[in-house]
Design a binder for this molecule. Structure first.
Ligand SMILES: [Zn+2]
Length: 223
């Protein structure tokens, strides 16, 4: 878990490479289920066509179907779910039913001012879609495809007011999950400010105790 722009998606990908387990991102899963036309996919599509949020029950059904696939047998990284307490409790019940409980919940701690600065600086080339950051670039952006003066546009999602609103939603609905998972002994907090490599180092260090198989860990702690 982490605020929008905290780098969860990128770091999840590093875990995929390190452990050879799939990243399960609910956004991608929903799109996949829609494309394959599964039962849950059809129900999700009906909700989205009606302009409604996809019910938690449908999202959980899609996650459950995904976890039954062979590549998830050794583990998985869940990215972007749960986002609130009701979802966390429903997820816990579902994972208990399929005997695949969470081993850890990582909370990415980031400086919000830095997130706002980073995201609100994103622009894309109107011609080719290449993404630039007007805060990071020392020189005016140059698009290899479109030349020295690309026409840069900002996605509505990246506008400062939108970023602030998304951070507020995270604080109100998702952040409280830290307490919930801490009480279950699952929470690991990491400082997610820094380069991708630095954050990966902290993430791997936080997960290192889990590299011992679960049966052995239970033996070591005498539980
Ligand atoms: Zn371009």
């Amino acid at each position: 878990m982490g605020a929008p722009g905290s780098g969860k998606g990128t770091q999840s990908q590093r875990l995929v490479e390190r452990y050879g387990i799939p990243q399960i991102s609910t956004g991608d899963l929903l799109r996949g289920a829609l494309a394959r036309g599964t039962e849950y996919g059809r129900r999700a599509k009906a909700a989205m066509d009606a302009g409604a949020l996809v019910a938690d029950e449908i999202v959980l059904g899609i996650i459950r179907e995904r976890l039954a696939e062979r590549d998830a047998a050794q583990g998985f990284v869940l990215d972007g779910f749960p986002r609130n307490l009701a979802q966390a409790e429903a997820l816990g019940a579902m994972l208990a039913a399929i005997r695949a409980p969470l081993d850890a919940v990582i909370q990415f701690e980031v400086d919000y001012a830095e997130i706002i600065r980073r995201i609100s600086g994103r622009r894309s080339c109107q011609q080719c879609g290449r993404v630039f950051n007007v805060r990071a670039a020392a020189t005016p952006p140059h698009c290899d495809q479109c030349g020295d003066k690309p026409v840069l546009v900002q996605r509505a999602d990246d506008e400062e007011s939108t970023v602030k609103r998304r951070l507020d939603v995270y604080d109100r609905e998702t952040r409280p999950l830290a307490q919930y998972y801490a009480s279950k002994g699952l929470l690991r907090r990491i400082d997610a400010d820094g380069s991708v490599a630095e954050v990966t180092g902290r993430l791997v260090a936080a997960l290192l105790p889990l590299e011992t198989p679960r049966a052995e860990r239970a033996h070591q702690t005498g539980s």
